[in-house]
Design a protein around this ligand. Sequence first.
Ligand code: FCB
Length: 449
Amino acid sequence: MPTTNDLPKMFPPQFAWGVATSAFQIEGAAYEDGKGESIWDTFCREPGVIADASNGDVACDHYHRLESDLDLIASLGVDLYRFSVSWPRVQPLGEGAWNEKGLQFYERLVDGLIARGIAPHLTLNHWDLPQALQDKGGWNSRDTVHRFVDYALGIQRRLGSRLAAITTHNEPWVVAWLGHHEGTFAPGIKSRKIATQVSHHLLLSHGLALRALREAGATAQLGIVLNMAHQMPLTDSAEDLAACKLDDARGRRWYADPLFKGAYPAEVIAELGDDAPVIEPGDMEIIATPMDYLGINYYSRALSKASGPLTEADKPCPRTDMGWEIYPDGLRDLLLVLHDDYDLPATYITENGGAFPDATTDGRVHDADRTDYLLTHINAVGEALAAGVPMAGYMVWSLMDNFEWASGYAKRFGIVHVDYDTLERTPKDSALWYRDLVAACRARRTTGA
Ligand code: FCB
């Protein structure tokens, strides 16, 4: 078991430390200052889709608490802050008119970060598509690809020169698969054919946006964020190994192969048959436009079993409150697989963290399980670095407890506790631990120790 003291010397001085959030999960102010509706506003109104029947109307009220939240981020001593822009807040219909008040909010956010010495890492699409675009077909429509490029250029014009990084999409797999195949996330569609077309349009819009942003003179680092589990066979039987290979192609490689090799995995295209996406000439070259960085969100491993569904007994590791197995070695091994398969640019862990059932005692949250989770996973990143993976930074999910999508507010991922009655923020023990770790890593920058 690694200890906290082992960590700082595993990371080079320039390695960047951060915390992450997304707009819909924290902002609230869902119907204020000219914001348009997002697909998540609409989805939350459908009975039964959100575990606690909650929504993002107030969330953490970050929209009204911007200055104190910026101070909170600064109190952690981090190098960067990863946040997302709510597209319908800045362009209510997803095309046409811009909403000045929305743009001013993100301007205050970016300027406030810079004033505090924190690098702004902006994500364009963390899932909250304008409902007006969904009404015209959403990500299933090729036209949305072009609306997204215009949106990216609008953000570039207003904020671009002040940003350290722009991420096009957060976790396209979630948008495509959970949103359009399983239907458990907005917009709640259940069609494999639509889901694969959506995944293609997301990747295409990423490539086109990268090209347009570069032409517009973007100085920020440009990239995408993919969610990945480390895929493992349940046993070493030939059947489970084959199942694992196919699951890995359906998940990790469906997104990473086009981005780095310009082609979808042939075995998945074959398996999809008529459900394979429509791909126009030139699309794959656009998708493979070189990136400045890759972001990986890692939470757990995923097991493959050839016969029958996985049972609870198949998952022996301790779990988080989401029921996800805690498996830090998977993070190191995943990074090694990616390094083997692709010519990786600078790579960031853009999300990593755990939901645990926190209890507040005497105004403190003693979340030793979360600190252990972070410690062991940061150690895994250090091991990947030592093995030659070009790791550039690590971001905790999340800065604070927030709206965890279909799970509502019951699952707490924050290193800062949020009391949803008073909206008061209280740094948990894990936040204080992370602050001290970042300080120890920063100290090595000046002493070179
Ligand atoms: C990721 C999402 C993020 C958060 C974490 C727990 O899939 O990007 O918004 O919900 O999971």
